[in-house]
Write a protein that binds this ligand. Structure first.
Ligand SMILES: NC(=O)c1ccc[n+]([C@@H]2O[C@H](COP(=O)([O-])OP(=O)(O)OC[C@H]3O[C@@H](n4cnc5c(N)ncnc54)[C@H](OP(=O)(O)O)[C@@H]3O)[C@@H](O)[C@H]2O)c1
Length: 383
């Protein structure tokens, strides 16, 4: 990872569009992909191509400068057919991943590497105007799920070393970018914590999971329990990353010569202020019209067990409330919640680098969550 030009100064000049910029957003229907697309299309001078396997059925982007391309990036032949004509690309945003295999498995690494390799092989030979590639990974860059776990309380900065244990596809993607770009195009990697956003094409969908859980609790008059480890409930444990902030940061770096470089720059992408779930949970209960009971914590409660038989309950709610047709699995991932609230180590990232360089956007965790719950309501995905 390179050293920033002008490191130590805080003056940032935002580049104005002089010529038309062309963005390719891989994962355009995901949590951050949607936000990047809408953000760019609200500016002048951007043409945006969004890539995913399926379109967004509920809230498709409709804009004269937008085109959706359906493409399975795991299929090399299809990827060349669909993407090799996009020779005017100036900016690439990689906010996608293949989630078929467990994180930290070699199969997950192989798939994600193949996906990016297929896309870059199709695009790079003709993309002579390419200025920047913006990769999204995450703060899991700093730990291995297979341990050993360092229990000293710390905030990882971007220069923290890679961990040797287990497999991490994030490392593979960074290394592949270095190999394919060969120091000729600037690139950056953005590392969010827990992403707060709205999408029904997301594997690890925190807000979607919360919304379905809260709605089912309300419908069945169940207590709104937090199931997890006590430290995770009571202590500052993880960072939230509002999808609006993560998208804005991708764009800020991609369009700003003062903070990007051809040897690659890493940036944590987190909200800022700390929080505990113990502070957040009662306000969430109220948001879903539930009672904020005295003790909402349970060490034994598993979302994946308690919600396992609720498919038909959700179908009833969808019909009764006149919601857009979804299955539980389109929005909720109970195993993800169980793992998240029992994560074996604290995972906190420093924001000093972006702060120092002048990226000022921050969010309070509760404000982020409540904003996205409202969005999901407005989209008629929950009552
Ligand atoms: N979710 C989180 O809380 C979180 C937190 C930290 C870091 N991250 C990291 O952020 C990165 C992006 O994850 P995300 O959660 O933001 O994405 P996401 O919301 O899960 O979106 C994934 C996007 O990729 C598309 N996609 C998946 N497989 C594809 C394929 N084979 N071909 C073409 N498109 C495909 C999906 O649409 P289709 O399914 O229709 O193709 C969707 O648009 C990952 O590296 C992830 O580990 C995520």
């Amino acid at each position: 990872m390179g050293t920033l030009p002008g490191k130590g100064t805080t003056t940032i000049s935002t580049k104005k569009d002089v010529a038309e910029s062309v963005a390719l957003i891989f994962g355009v229907t995901g949590l951050v992909g949607k936000e990047i697309a809408n953000n760019l299309l609200a500016k002048s001078g951007w043409k945006v191509y969004g890539i995913a396997r399926k379109p967004d059925f509920f809230t498709p982007i409709q804009h004269r400068n937008y085109r959706f391309i359906s493409c399975d990036l795991l299929d090399p032949v299809q990827t060349v057919q669909k993407l090799s004509s996009l020779n005017g690309a100036t900016h690439i945003f990689w906010v996608t991943w293949a989630s078929q295999f467990p994180l930290d498995s070699s199969e997950c690494c192989d798939q994600n590497k193949a996906m990016m390799s297929n896309a870059l092989d199709a695009i790079l030979p003709k993309a002579k105007a390419l200025k920047h590639v913006s990769l999204q990974t995450g703060t899991k860059h700093y730990v291995s799920l297979s341990g050993p776990f360092d229990n000293t309380v710390r905030r990882y900065d971007e220069e923290s070393p890679r961990v040797n244990e287990g497999h991490n596809f994030y490392y593979m993607l960074e290394d592949l970018l270095i190999e394919k770009l060969r120091g000729k195009v600037s690139w950056s990697v953005h590392r969010p914590g827990l992403i707060l956003g709205s999408s029904h094409r997301t594997a690890f969908n925190f807000i979607g999971s919360l919304c379905i859980y809260g709605t089912i609790c309300k419908h069945l008059h169940l207590p709104f329990v937090f199931g997890g480890a006590r430290e995770c409930w009571e202590e500052v444990y993880i960072d939230g990353s509002d999808a609006r902030l993560v998208a804005e940061q991708h764009i800020w770096v991609s369009t700003n010569d003062n903070v990007s470089s051809t040897d690659g720059q890493a940036f944590n992408a987190v909200n800022g202020p700390s929080f505990t779930w113990k502070q957040i949970w009662p306000a969430l209960a109220v948001k879903f019209g539930l009672q904020a009971a005295e003790d909402m914590f349970s060490q034994d409660f598993l979302f994946s067990t308690s919600m396992a038989d609720k498919e038909s309950v959700w179908e009833d709610i969808v019909v009764k409330e006149g919601l857009r047709p979804t299955k539980i699995g389109d929005l909720a991932n109970w195993t993800f919640l169980d793992v998240l609230f029992r994560f074996p180590t604290k995972l906190l990232a420093a924001r000093d680098k972006v702060d120092r360089l002048g990226f000022t956007m921050t969010y309070e965790m509760l404000d982020s969550i409540l904003y996205w719950v409202d969005c999901i309501r407005d989209e008629k995905l929950i009552p």
